[in-house]
Design a protein around this ligand. Structure first.
Ligand code: NDP
Length: 471
């Protein structure tokens, strides 16, 4: 059943539905008020400290997350002493990191073969979403190929060739973390300068008037070098997500080297996260329509986040298990596997439903029936009125972001692999809850700005965000 609620028409609940009158308001929309600025300064100063704090708590305090802070508070340790634990950069870490990075750039430019040989896989040249200024960019999607080659080579090296030690990452973790930070800061500064001096798409830039906010949130929407090197897609996928599963494998090897066995918890972390990672690359063309690509500008948050936060904080469970090998009971392992797979199923099904709905312009069946949806309108920043559809049935009729709910279930499953003795492995679920709830609110703020009163109409039809009857 189709509910029309476009501008100038009456929706069937009697309210006049109009798109937001400010053009192009679905990009980076918020201005830097006092609270936002406090958050910006907190992220810029605390996040880099936090990644080193986690490292030090494992290398010097048995992964007890609160101990360094308590000791600092009680005066048992000084800031200078803690600072002394921060690793120095080594030539080996530089060589390892830069070789990895260069190799990923090389893979980026390799034409995609996977979409010719793997049935059902969408790769090769794909179109992104329409940007706030009305541009539609082409992307060379070949992340699955890069993942297979990178992870395949790592495995082949580990079990056969031994060009380098499979524990190379965990053995050089500290200096590599320094190197990741150098990359994260360099790319963030570079794209900020680039945005002023040689932007890729000048009309898609957004300035808040506050340089700290702009540095964090990014100015350019799609910074590129040349026609094909896209910062957003590259940094999220390659130093970030391709590396994720390689790092996990390195942890498993280290566990084996240290104890002579690999725990079932380590296997679960590797398997569950690998499913999520492969899913990401299998659906990389879909990723072009997620908030990261469709709304977020590229600054410190994505540049540093993809280079440092993602490869370190998303792999914390494996890191923890190197220091504290947890062997789960069969029942616990089965329960965690069921939670992880259940979460993944929901996450994938919800995303798939929206993707096929949007791709077929509302023609694809949802749960075996014609979908129920609302037609909505908005203005792009060139002042043109455009149309879109909001799905009201299937998962999207249960809550407005069931994909986040599935993601959170999967995240909890990874954390449970760390057992119940320490807080550290649970940082990921705490972080993901904050990230996704904040993302949900950010997204709704933008959607309201984009669709105007049609969005209110939509939220009254689907009143819950993540958990029906609760939130
Ligand atoms: P969504 O895929 O939920 O996309 C939100 C957008 O979808 C909205 O901005 C709107 O965009 C459109 N939309 C909203 N409601 C409807 C509807 N009823 N029907 C059709 N379209 C609708 O969010 P994300 O892009 O944030 O997330 C994608 C996935 O990535 C999620 O599963 C999330 O869990 C995951 N993720 C994982 C992260 C991680 O670090 N592990 C981080 C972030 C995301 P439009 O303007 O097109 O209308």
């Amino acid at each position: 059943m189709k509910k029309k609620s476009a501008a100038g028409r009456l929706s069937d609940n009697g309210t006049e539905a109009t798109p937001a009158q400010t053009p192009g308001q679905w990009g980076r929309a918020w201005t830097a008020d006092f609270l936002t600025m406090a958050g910006v300064l907190f992220i810029l100063t605390c996040c880099p400290v936090l990644v080193f704090y986690f490292l030090i708590s494992c290398t010097h305090y048995q992964c007890e997350l609160t101990t360094p802070a308590i000791k600092l508070y009680t005066g048992d340790v000084t800031v200078t002493q803690l600072w002394g634990y921060v690793p120095s950069l080594t030539l080996k870490a530089m060589v390892v990191y830069l070789s990895w990075f260069t190799f990923q750039v090389f893979l980026w430019y390799l034409p995609d073969v996977c979409h010719y040989i793997i049935p059902g896989y969408r790769g090769g040249v794909c179109l992104g979403a329409i940007t706030p200024a009305g541009n539609r960019l082409k992307y060379g999607v070949n992340g699955l190929q890069a993942w297979i080659i990178s992870n395949g080579l790592f495995l082949a090296n580990a079990v056969h060739f031994r060009w380098f030690s499979p524990t190379i990452i965990v053995d050089n973790y500290g200096p590599l973390l320094v190197m990741m930070n150098i990359m994260g800061y360099s790319v963030s500064v570079f794209v900020t300068v680039k945005a002023y001096l040689f932007p890729s798409f000048a009309e898609d830039r957004k300035f808040s008037g506050n340089p700290f906010y702009d540095f964090l949130m990014g100015i350019e929407f799609n910074p590129r070098i040349g026609k094909w090197f896209d910062f957003k897609l590259f940094f999220n996928g390659r130093p970030g997500i391709v590396c994720w599963s390689v790092i996990n494998m390195s942890y498993a090897w280290k566990q084996y080297e240290l104890y002579g066995y690999v725990t079932n918890s380590m296997i679960l972390v590797n398997v569950l996260q690998a499913i999520y990672i492969v899913d990401f690359f299998w659906n990389e063309a879909w990723y072009l329509n997620t908030i990261d690509m469709h709304h977020d500008h590229f600054g410190f948050m994505l540049g540093w986040g993809d280079s440092v936060w993602l490869p370190t904080m998303y792999t914390l469970q494996g890191f923890f298990l190197v220091f504290h090998p947890v062997q789960l009971s069969q029942a616990a392992a089965a329960g965690i596997l069921a939670l992880g797979l259940g979460g993944y199923y929901i996450f994938r099904a919800v995303n798939h439903q929206k993707d096929s709905f949007r791709r077929t312009d509302g023609q694809a069946n949802v749960w075996g029936r014609k979908p129920e949806y609302m037609e909505v309108e908005y203005f792009s920043s060139d002042g043109k009125k455009r149309r879109s559809k909001l799905l009201l049935s299937g998962w999207w009729g249960i809550a407005r972001h069931m994909n986040y709910t599935g993601d959170l279930m999967g995240s909890l499953a990874y954390c449970l692999c760390g057992g119940v003795t320490h807080l550290l492995p649970y940082f990921y679920i705490i972080f993901m809850t904050i990230l996704l709830v904040h993302r949900c609110l950010r997204d709704e703020h933008r959607c309201k700005a984009k669709y105007g009163s049609s969005w209110d109409d939509y939220t009254s039809r689907v009143p819950y965000r993540l958990i029906p009857m609760l939130f």
